[in-house]
Every structure is written in structure tokens, then in C-alpha cells.
Design a protein around this ligand. Structure first.
Ligand SMILES: NC(=O)c1ccc[n+]([C@@H]2O[C@H](COP(=O)([O-])OP(=O)(O)OC[C@H]3O[C@@H](n4cnc5c(N)ncnc54)[C@H](OP(=O)(O)O)[C@@H]3O)[C@@H](O)[C@H]2O)c1
Length: 326
């Protein structure tokens, strides 16, 4: 099996998690890392056993030994980083949120299509065993027709140590960082919304500190997505149907357990837990797509990423949140 050689752009929390995930896979290897600072890249490379380190994102993306680039920088940089990797002819796995807005997303997708290179949003939830199982239960009609989804994701974040989350110039706020999960969850099960309502509590910095979002979906269905950076939420989801409901235990975006209820009684409990890194599923999908010569994942299509960014734009317009430079 040919090894896929990766460069990682960024050296933060999720970059470290993916470095370890890829290193543990039989067909992946991280061979380069790029950071704003050479010293930071060198230290990250030493910690994760990576051969080459660069003091810029562009140089890492251009490393001739690299076949795939993982973009793990702050939200404001995804656009430029993806364009640099695409220009170097590399396949790209790009962290969520895909970009700051839909206009950036359109440009990134167009660039990848023009260059004929693979591009995918790192929406790892889409590849989780719990989501596969949930979709199977729904399509088997176990809870009837789904009419209601409720999902929340939130925790009280310290504005000093978690600066990125509150910084408008980095594309901060609960919506882009956490809201993408319940919104992606609801839209991937019920389809794109036909209408929505939203209320927010702004943070001092101007980004959204918390949000309640109600989406209307085709087929007389509603979803309620909640996010908070100032309150501790359950992290659970409920999928309600005409014949029963499924409780997606916390954390719903990589849930270890589903319980199925019919007529108020628990009728089934499904273990969806696993050992090891939950990020390996999305990396495996990139590897599979590259082997099969695909430029887009059928599981996480670019059209869905773009539709989500348009929805995030619409929600931000409603709450009056613009990022600097927009
Ligand atoms: N899939 C997931 O489960 C998951 C989880 C968390 C985050 N994310 C996403 O992944 C991305 C990174 O999140 P993270 O939690 O890893 O963030 P983080 O720990 O704060 O790291 C962000 C990295 O971005 C780079 N960066 C560039 N400009 C920066 C600036 N002005 N301030 C701070 N950092 C800057 C830094 O790398 P250098 O210093 O090396 O340049 C830094 O290490 C975000 O888009 C986030 O939404 C995804």
C-alpha cells in the first residue's frame, strides 16, 4: 500500500491530534509541518517525529515530498492556506469551518476544481460510526418519519486562554467553531433548511457568545441547534420521529451510544464506541478518495460545505456579526 505523505499547517491543539492520528495509520505519514514561526514548527516536528519543519505555511505546502496538506490554522487563514496548497497541486483536508464566509468558500472550491485536486472539509462527525448507525436506523424506519432534531454543543470558555474563540479577527464566536456541528448534524439528516430564526447573546468582543437557532426543513420538520461559549450544555442530540425517538448520547458528534425509544419505552441500545483516535475515519476517507482518483468525497461533498457556509452567513447577517475585512 502506497503511503500518503502529509504536511500539517498550524501547530495548535487539533494539529497535534491529527499528527498523532496520521502517524498511527498504516498508510499515512506526516513528513512536514508549517508554522508562522520556524522555532514553533521545529518544536512541533520534534514532538511528533516529523522530518521537516518550515517557518511558513506556504513552504510546507510546497514541500515536493508532500501529497496531502491538512489545514489546521485559525478560521481566518483557511482560505489563504487552502489556495496555497491547491496552487502547489496538493490534495487538501481543510478544518471546519471551511472558511470565514461563503465567498471565500466558493473561491476555494473553484480553485481546487480548476486544478483538479482533492479538497474536503474536516467535518470528522460525518464519518463517525454513530452517524452511520443513526442514518441506518432512520432509513429502516425504526422511529418513523423524522420531524424534530435537537442538538447542542457548548461550554464556558475562558476568553483569555481560549482567545481564538472570542477574537473577531480570527473568525471567532460559537457559531463558526461549535455551531457547525449541530447545524451539520441536522442538515445532513433532514436536508437544507427552507427558513430559520435565530437569537444570540453577544460576547464583549462582538462575536456570538451563544445562539439558539431554529431551522425549518422540508417535510414538516424542525431542528433546534444551540451553542454557547458561556454556559455548559449537555452535548446531546435527540432525533424525534412519528413512531419514536433516538437519544444520541454526549458528545453527539462522536457519540459512544444511541438509545432507541418507541411509545415511551427504551427498546434498543446501540454501542457506537471505539478505541483510538476519532479523527482516523476522516483521514481514511481522504486516503480512499486519493487512491480512487476522486477530487471530492461523496460522504462530505463540497456542495454541502458551501451550503453550510451560506447558512452561517445568513445567520451572521441576522445577528449583525461581520468579521474585520468583510
Ligand atoms: N475537528 C475538530 O475536532 C476541531 C477541534 C478544534 C478545532 N478545530 C478547528 O481547527 C482549527 C484550529 O483550531 P485549534 O483548536 O487547533 O486552535 P489553536 O490550538 O489555537 O491553534 C491554532 C493554530 O493556528 C495558527 N495561527 C495562525 N495565526 C494565529 C493567530 N493569530 N492566533 C493564534 N493562532 C494562530 C497557530 O499555528 P502556528 O503558531 O504554528 O502558526 C496555532 O497553533 C480551527 O479552524 C478550529 O475551528 C477543529
Amino acid at each position: 500500500m502506497d503511503t500518503i505523505r502529509w504536511a500539517i499547517l498550524g501547530t495548535g491543539g487539533i494539529a497535534a491530534a491529527l499528527a498523532d492520528t496520521i502517524a498511527a495509520m498504516p498508510d499515512g505519514e506526516v513528513v512536514a509541518v508549517g508554522s508562522r514561526a520556524e522555532e514553533t514548527a521545529r518544536a512541533f516536528a520534534a514532538r511528533h517525529g516529523i522530518a521537516r519543519s518550515y517557518g511558513s505555511y506556504e513552504e510546507a505546502a510546497q514541500d515536493p515530498d508532500v501529497g496531502a496538506v491538512y489545514v489546521a490554522t485559525t478560521n481566518d487563514l483557511h482560505h489563504d492556506n487552502v489556495l496555497a496548497a491547491v496552487a502547489a497541486g496538493k490534495a487538501v483536508l481543510n478544518e471546519k469551518p471551511f472558511a470565514l464566509n461563503a465567498a471565500q468558500t466558493e473561491a476555494m472550491i473553484a480553485a481546487a476544481r480548476d486544478a483538479g485536486v482533492f479538497l474536503m472539509e474536516a467535518m470528522w462527525m460525518r464519518f463517525q460510526p454513530c452517524i452511520t448507525e443513526l442514518k441506518r436506523l432512520i432509513s429502516d424506519g425504526v422511529i418513523g418519519d423524522v420531524r424534530w432534531i435537537q442538538a447542542d454543543f457548548g461550554f464556558p470558555a475562558d476568553p483569555v486562554s481560549r482567545h481564538r474563540l472570542f477574537a473577531p479577527e480570527l473568525g471567532g464566536g460559537g457559531l463558526l467553531d461549535l455551531g457547525v456541528y449541530p447545524l451539520t448534524f441536522a442538515t445532513s439528516l433532514l436536508g437544507l433548511p427552507t427558513d430559520f430564526r435565530v437569537l444570540d447573546t453577544p460576547a464583549e468582543s462582538g462575536v456570538d457568545a451563544q445562539l439558539g437557532i431554529v431551522l425549518q426543513h422540508p417535510g414538516d420538520a424542525l431542528s433546534v441547534s444551540s451553542t454557547s461559549l458561556i454556559a455548559d450544555l449537555s452535548g446531546e442530540a435527540t432525533v424525534g420521529g412519528t413512531a419514536g425517538r433516538i437519544r444520541v448520547h454526549a458528545p453527539f458528534h462522536h457519540s459512544p451510544r444511541l438509545t432507541v425509544h418507541r411509545r415511551g419505552e427504551q427498546v434498543d441500545e446501540i454501542d457506537t464506541s471505539y478505541e483510538g483516535s476519532g479523527y482516523r475515519f476522516e483521514v481514511a476517507e481522504v486516503h480512499r478518495c486519493l487512491r480512487e482518483g476522486l477530487t471530492e468525497s461523496p460522504v462530505m461533498p463540497l456542495g454541502h460545505s458551501l451550503a453550510m457556509m451560506r447558512l452561517l452567513d445568513d445567520i451572521r447577517a441576522e445577528i449583525g456579526l461581520q468579521f474585520p475585512g468583510e
